[in-house]
Design a protein around this ligand. Structure first.
Ligand code: MLT
Length: 411
């Protein structure tokens, strides 16, 4: 009989957000009358920017005529979108990238999950803790993580705790590592690194010939100065970092699917015989084999967010969510909670009341106030005792959730 990839068997039964959804659905079935407010999964609720809708309608019309029809596109993305990305996301920050260094995709989840395909399975992986579960689960699948220990850690991974005590700033690893996943603004804690803090990571990676896999999916939410928008703002990063970006949270594309990954020519890895290979070429090879490109219609929609109208529209939506975050921070603080994030990110990291662990806090909020969060421990052992709330809900829901939580806390 054929054999399975045993690494998949090692994974917990469900992906975090599926486990949460199962619990919520069971509750909903048992209590169909409950007015649930979902602030769990980081999914947007505002509609797409009108500029993107208009561009996508136009692209659909183009598909209706043989003269303007588009079949397979370039696996790396259409030049019109790549040029818009370079001109708006990088050049204004003094970052010069070659068009061939940008790979358009169906989102940062796929790219962060798939990038390991081109890296050796013997590499030592470091993750911040708590962490976006895709980085860990995809490394479990590849066989880099070892076995799950009783303390919730994987035996071969290096965990970099991010806790209130270290202000959610991870320390450099004390053991040698090859692949380092950093996500800033951070999912799930909503915290950021300063340029000086990120510089230390770039220096570490250069010195140890490690690779930083930098997930900047929440970049559009940065409001404070001195928070880097791209790792390439840091000198030397072109030689040691790849960067993942997404239109999901920036422009409401969670259901449309579009993102991109930057792989500078200078980023190299080694073969077992000591030969240096450019990751850009390997990623291109991987994408050409396993991916047929993001749809033309989607890429026209993404291009439109870089027009002046598109930019104004996404700004308005981002401000809407950040006003939610402000109201939620204020509401939770007023109710006596300790919380972090929500200033440069749409996530709020709430400390559970004394004596409650993440899942008990999650269950209590679900059952007693019908508000859904995501248990912090689901993002890693250092997330224990926390709960993540997202600011992606609609305004009325966020206000209602805060008022329910306030009443509950004062009970
Ligand atoms: C989350 O809730 O963390 C998001 O849904 C992550 C994602 O974009 O996949």
């Amino acid at each position: 009989m054929i054999q399975v990839n045993e690494n998949f068997i090692k994974l917990p039964g469900n992906y975090l957000f599926s486990s949460v959804a199962q619990k919520v659905n069971a509750f909903k079935t048992a209590h169909p009358e409950a007015a649930l407010i979902r602030l769990g999964i980081g999914d947007v609720t505002r509609p797409l920017p009108p500029a993107a809708i208009k561009a996508m309608h136009h692209a659909v019309d183009e598909m209706a005529s043989a003269d303007t029809f588009h079949g397979y596109g370039p696996e790396q993305g259409y030049d019109f979108l790549i040029q818009a990305i370079l001109a708006h996301d990088y050049q204004p920050r003094g970052i010069e990238l070659r068009p061939t260094e940008v790979f358009v995709s169906d989102g940062a989840k796929s790219d962060t999950g798939n990038f390991g395909d081109i890296l050796g399975t013997g590499n030592k992986v470091a993750v911040t803790d708590p962490v976006y579960p895709v980085y860990i689960d995809s490394n479990v699948m590849a066989g880099r993580a070892g076995d799950l220990k009783a303390n919730g850690q994987w035996s071969h991974l290096t965990y970099l705790p991010c806790t209130a005590e270290n202000h959610f700033v991870p320390s450099l690893p004390t053991e040698p590592v090859d692949m380092i996943y950093l996500c800033y603004p951070n999912n799930p804690t909503g915290t950021t690194l300063t340029k000086a803090e990120l510089q230390k990571w770039v220096e570490y990676a250069l010195e140890h010939k490690a690779l930083i896999l930098y997930d900047a999916a929440y970049e559009a939410y940065i409001h404070e100065a001195d928070v880097p928008h791209s790792i390439y703002e840091i000198e030397g990063a072109r030689s040691c970092a790849v960067e993942f970006r997404s239109f999901s949270k920036t422009a409401g594309f969670t259901g449309v699917r579009c993102g991109y990954t930057v792989v500078p020519e200078e980023v190299k890895a080694m073969t077992t015989s000591g030969e240096e290979v450019a990751l850009n070429h390997l990623w291109n090879r991987r994408q050409c084999t396993k991916f047929n490109g993001t749809s033309y219609i989607t890429q026209r929609g993404a291009e439109a967010i870089y027009t002046p109208e598109g930019q104004a529209e996404i700004k308005e939506t981002i401000e809407y969510y950040m006003e939610n975050a402000r109201l939620m921070r204020e509401g939770l603080q007023g109710a006596g909670f300790t919380l972090y994030g929500g200033v440069n990110a749409p996530y709020i990291w709430v400390k559970a009341p004394e004596g409650l662990d993440s899942w008990s806090f999650f269950d209590m909020l679900l059952h007693e106030v019908n508000v859904v969060g995501t248990p912090g421990v689901g993002f890693g052992p250092s997330g224990e005792g926390f709960l993540r709330l997202t600011a992606f809900g609609n305004r009325e829901d966020c206000q209602e959730a805060m008022s329910r939580i306030k009443n509950w806390a004062g009970r």
